[in-house]
Design a protein around this ligand. Structure first.
Ligand SMILES: Nc1ncnc2c1ncn2[C@@H]1O[C@H](COP(=O)(O)OP(=O)(O)O)[C@@H](O)[C@H]1O
Ligand SMILES: [Mg+2]
Length: 250
């Protein structure tokens, strides 16, 4: 079964089309990777999947666990098991990180151990602070993954988890994300992920199944994610404009 299926999705933000007839299928238990140059619509796709109202679906449909969620509110999507870690997590003054994580876990995942998880993410001393307020880039990302872990979503949307993060933090984040994805897994992973990455560092900690290159709101190419990453690193995204696969598609 596909945990996520996007059919011919067209999305506009402030009247500007940002996603153009995008289709994608993510089978349950798989990790898919989204590459693409700045401004190609990667974050817009994630925010549309989560249901942020600025992103207007002008046509097409989004199915999550077989249910058409295209017009559901973000809170309904979260209750169904969809979770996101933002590219630039916002700060929330007046709300303690520990209270937020406790509130999330008590609703979504009562077995969550705040002590253990905050230790893994080296966030024990941040729990009494306002969410992300004055946090460094790496601290914000660790805080974000702690919140995601407390939600225990079945499909995890990660928007550039390595941006603004040093190598030490990357290891901590990579291991924590790996733990979330494998939580409760038996032989096969039980959780699925859609990950945006530029550097591919996160892929050192996860095994990815499939990759896409998004250019100007459209999927130009799909292939083995490690091969795509290698090609992009060697030749850049200009390659997509002359790629044989793209030519064949047109
Ligand atoms: N909330 C918004 N308001 C106005 N323009 C937006 C908004 N979100 C995205 N865009 C525009 O949509 C395009 C795609 O942006 P984005 O999805 O953030 O790209 P990426 O994540 O691939 O770098 C950009 O031109 C960006 O300026
Ligand atoms: Mg982005």
């Amino acid at each position: 079964m596909n945990i996520l299926e996007i059919r011919n999705l067209c999305v506009s933000v402030e009247e500007k089309p940002v996603l153009k007839n995008l289709s994608l299928s993510l089978p349950e238990g798989e990790t898919h990777v989204l590459f693409g140059p700045n401004g190609s619509g990667k974050s817009s796709l994630m925010l549309t999947l989560m249901g942020f109202p600025q992103y207007k679906v002008t046509s097409g449909e989004i199915f999550f666990k077989g249910v058409n969620i295209t017009s559901l509110a973000p809170s309904e999507r979260a209750k169904m098991g969809l979770g996101i870690a933002f590219q630039s997590p916002p700060a929330i003054k007046g709300l303690k990180l520990g209270s937020l994580v406790h509130e999330i876990s008590s609703r979504f995942f009562p077995e969550f151990s705040l002590e253990e998880e905050s230790r893994q993410l080296i966030m024990q001393t941040y729990l009494h602070r306002d969410v992300n307020h004055g946090f460094s880039g790496g601290e914000r990302k660790r805080s974000e993954i702690l919140q995601l872990s407390a939600q225990n979503p079945d499909l995890i949307l990660l928007d550039e988890p390595e941006s603004g993060v040093d190598i030490e933090n990357m290891k901590t984040l990579g291991q924590a994300i790996h733990s979330i994805l494998h939580r409760g897994a038996t032989e096969k992973r039980t959780k699925s992920a859609l990950i945006i990455t530029h550097t591919g560092y996160i892929l050192d900690y996860l095994s990815a199944d499939w990759g896409y290159v998004l250019v100007d709101g459209q999927i130009q190419c799909e292939n083995n994610p490690y091969e795509l990453l290698k090609l992009i690193q060697e030749k850049g995204f200009q390659l997509c404009e002359v790629c044989e696969r793209t030519q064949q598609k047109q």
